[in-house]
Structure formats: C-alpha cells, structure tokens
Design a protein around this ligand. Structure first.
Ligand SMILES: Cc1cc2nc3c(=O)[nH]c(=O)nc-3n(C[C@H](O)[C@H](O)[C@H](O)COP(=O)(O)OP(=O)(O)OC[C@H]3O[C@@H](n4cnc5c(N)ncnc54)[C@H](O)[C@@H]3O)c2cc1C
Length: 432
C-alpha cells in the first residue's frame, strides 16, 4: 500500500473520529468505491455509555451497510415498552410488534445494543489500513483544493475531502459549523448491569417520569449459560455543572441517583442501580446543536456526521441512529454525483465535491432539525409533567400526548442504494 511521508496510506478522504457516524461514513463510501482514512484518537474502538436503544431507522441504516444481522444476533428484540410514573404505575403500554401499523412499516424493530457492537461490526468490514487508532486530530482547515488535517504529533495530511465525525466537542464544528452548540441543563446516568434470570422470557422495558427526571430500564441480552439478563438503565435529570462535578466516584453516583429518585417506588430500577459495579455507571452532560432546516452546516470540502453536525438530546433515542443514517446518505449522494458527472471520485473537482456536501447537509438538515426540536420538547414535557399530581400526570401524558409518536421519527429509509456507481466499466456492464 503506498504510504505518504506521514506514514499513513495515501487517501483522498480523511475521516476524523471512529464512532458511529465516522465508521458508517467510511463503510458507505467504501461501498460506493471511495477509500478513506479514519483517524480515531482512542487506542482502540471505544464508545461511552455502555448501550443505546436502536430503533427502526437504525436497523434500516445498519441493513444498508450490511452489518444489521451481525449486531442483531447478540441483542434481543424489545417486546413491550411501558410508560410509568415514579411508583411504577403504568399509564401506557406499547406492544412493540403490533403498535401501528406505522405508515410504511410492517413491524417495529427495537433493540438495546451494546455500545461497542456497531463500531466493531462496521470496522470489521472496512479494508485493512482504513482505521487508525491513537490518532488525535488537533485542527482541520479548509483549503482551495480540499482540506488539511493536523495531528497532535504535528503531522499534516492533505485531503480532497474531510468528514468530521469527532462527536459533540468536534474541533471542526467549533471552527466552521454555522449553528452553535448548546449545553442542556440535563445530566444522564447510564449503566449496563447483570441480574439473575432463569429464562429469557419476554422482559418488558419501562420509562419512568418524575418531577424534572426521566429514567428507564431495558433488557439487552440474555446469557442462557450463566442465567443472567443484561439490563440497561438510565436516569436523566436536571443538574448543574457544580452538582455534576461532585459525582466523582461509584458510591457518589449511586448516592446521587438515589437522592434524585427519593420517594420512588420503582423496585426494578432500584434493583438495577444496586447491581451496578464500580466503574459501571457513567454520567454525561447533554448537549444539542439546533441546526435549521434548509441551512447547510460547513463550507468547502469539509462536512460533518453525527453529533458533530447535529447533537441532540437523547429523549427520542435518535442521536446514534442519525449518525449512522448520515454515513449512509453521504455514500448515496456521492454515488449519485459520480454517476451524474460520469467520473470516479478521484476526478471530481473541489467545486463538485463541495456541491455534493452542501446537497447532503441541506437534505439532512430537514430531518435532523425536526428530531432535535422534538427531542427537546419530549424531554421537557415528560420532566414537567412529573410535577403534576400523579393521577393528573397519567391523564396528561396518556391522552394529551401520544408517547408512541416517537416511532414516527423512525420512518426513514436511505434515499438510494449503496452500490458501485454506474460509470466506466460498471456502466458498460449494466447496459450490456
Ligand atoms: C445519555 C445519552 C443517551 C443516549 N441514548 C441514545 C439512544 O438510546 N439511541 C441513540 O440513537 N442515541 C443515543 N444517544 C446519542 C448517541 O450516543 C450519539 O448521538 C452518538 O454516539 C453519536 O455518534 P458520533 O459518531 O457522532 O459521535 P461519538 O460516538 O461521540 O464518536 C466520536 C468519536 O470521535 C473520536 N474523537 C473525538 N475527538 C477526536 C479527535 N480530536 N481526533 C480523533 N478522534 C476524535 C472519539 O474518541 C469518538 O470515538 C445518547 C446520548 C447520551 C449522551
């Protein structure tokens, strides 16, 4: 493989970060014949937060990338989702299979997946030499011919296209993004714990609402040999920076969760909290970057995927899914552009590449702007409703708002196929 003076293989596309968005973009571009170089600052594949809820659209995106079955096999489907108050009194219950049918969907697929499952599956399908760990990018600058990426060792890489997938605190986004990052007044604890369990059965997921707080418990996977069920739980509550900084040990995290859920009668949540092992609880500050529908995000031959481009609150469980959608859509837009120009990526001009990126950003902005706004509204509504007397809260949440409306946001499919573009040899073969 030809190497640049920097020691990296020579690639026209550099992707910053190795999370969901970055790896989905790398895999999607690989599928349309564009090799990439992925630079991840961590020493290995890593993901914060233990697990996440992957809804219908995440599965459509994983299918487009060819990794869905690999991820599915280790994670059980959710069968029922309950909405409850802080005393575990259920005011709405959703049968995941039969709710709807939602427009355009035969059935719902919801699974809680381990954080590392998707990045590992995606990285495994990329050609050797694509993903480089331990590579921290300190700066990205757009140039007339593309963009320049600087690493913390001082190395500089020139690329025709740079895709920033370096998360909420992206340096490229801080420098170039047109929308401003906002800190939400919410902190969220997350953990994955094991509970004894004789049989897999059909364990149910539950969302809890209380004053200024939401929590949830979800089954993730069953270990038949060890007779253990893996449960994911989260507790998200309004929290100042000062309070958050005080939670600096396992004992303090557990104490903090118990302080915020004092007076609750939610035995299953309490069981999950008690089962957390030291180092097994993570607390994250929530951010959002409210992009505007119809407005592109970056400039020149630089774009972004995932949280870097459109961080959102997790109340609709969409951040990870949107990051993977981004990668798929970027691949489809480049396939279409190569077909339209009748040229492979290497022959596209910087102006043509920039035009594809603005088209991708504009198209995506309509979808993500709506999800960001709806996530904020959903979280606020649930937390505020928690202040109502319990009987009124149940009534309000059950009848004035349809909690299952979150499934409408999962009605997504890529706007085209991820396959080699019909140019040159491929076009001849297609018309033969
Ligand atoms: C509490 C909470 C709950 C959530 N629950 C859900 C859920 O249920 N469902 C869902 O779909 N989403 C959920 N999300 C959102 C989801 O976690 C994010 O949207 C998703 O991780 C975004 O992926 P990403 O690839 O954009 O960024 P990240 O996953 O943050 O990946 C960024 C990568 O870039 C690397 N990086 C950063 N800086 C540099 C640098 N300078 N150089 C090189 N590499 C760098 C990082 O190490 C990291 O690997 C939740 C988020 C939170 C906080």
């Amino acid at each position: 493989m030809p190497q640049a003076a920097s020691g990296f293989p020579i690639r026209e596309v550099v992707i910053v970060g190795g999370g969901y968005g970055a790896l989905a973009a790398a895999l999607a571009l690989h599928k349309v014949g564009i090799p990439t170089l992925v630079l991840e600052r961590a020493p290995t594949t890593r993901q914060e937060g233990f697990a996440w809820v992957a809804l219908n659209n995440a599965w459509r995106a994983f299918e487009a990338l060819g990794v869905a079955d690999d991820i599915r096999k280790d994670h059980m489907p959710q069968t029922r989702i309950n909405y409850a108050d802080s005393h575990q009194v259920v005011y709405r219950s959703l049968d995941v299979q039969t709710v709807g049918p939602r427009k355009g969907l035969q059935r719902n697929e919801i699974r809680v997946i381990r954080r590392l499952a998707a990045p590992t599956a995606m990285a495994d399908l990329l050609p050797e030499g694509t993903v480089h760990y331990g590579c921290k990018v300190v700066d990205v600058t757009t140039t007339p011919s593309g963009a320049e990426v600087e690493l913390d060792g001082g190395q500089k890489l020139q690329a025709k296209l740079v895709i920033a997938g370096d998360g909420v605190h992206s340096r490229s986004a801080a420098k170039y993004h047109k929308a401003t990052l906002r800190k939400a007044p919410v902190g969220s604890w997350r953990s994955l714990v094991e509970l004894d369990c004789e049989q897999q059965g059909k364990p149910e997921s539950t969302f809890y609402s209380g004053p200024n707080i939401r929590a949830g418990t979800f089954p993730c996977a069953f270990d038949a040999t060890r007779k253990k069920m893996l449960w994911f739980f989260f507790v998200a509550t309004v929290m100042s920076d000062q309070e958050m900084a005080g939670y600096d040990s396992h004992e303090k995290h557990v104490k903090g969760i118990r302080k915020h859920t004092r007076g609750w009668e939610a035995p299953h949540l309490e069981k999950c909290v008690s089962a957390a092992v030291p180092g097994g609880i993570q607390l994250s500050r929530i951010y959002e970057r409210p992009v505007k529908a119809g407005e592109p995000w970056f400039e020149g031959c630089l774009t972004g995927v995932g949280d870097c481009a459109h961080a959102t609150r997790p109340d609709l469980m969409q951040g990870g899914a949107m990051a993977v959608e981004d990668g798929v859509e970027l691949g489809v837009f480049f396939r279409e552009a190569m077909e339209e120009a009748g040229k492979p990526f290497g022959e596209l001009t910087p102006a043509q590449i920039a035009a594809v990126l603005r088209k991708y950003e504009t198209a995506r902005s309509h979808r993500v702007a709506q999800i960001i706004a709806a996530s904020t509204k959903t979280g606020n509504m649930f937390r505020r409703a928690g202040f109502l007397p319990r009987w009124l809260m149940r009534l309000v949440l059950a009848w004035l708002y349809q909690p299952f409306a979150f499934l409408d946001h999962t009605l997504w499919a890529p706007h085209g196929q991820l396959c080699p573009p019909l140019i040159g040899k491929h076009k001849d073969l297609a018309s033969a």
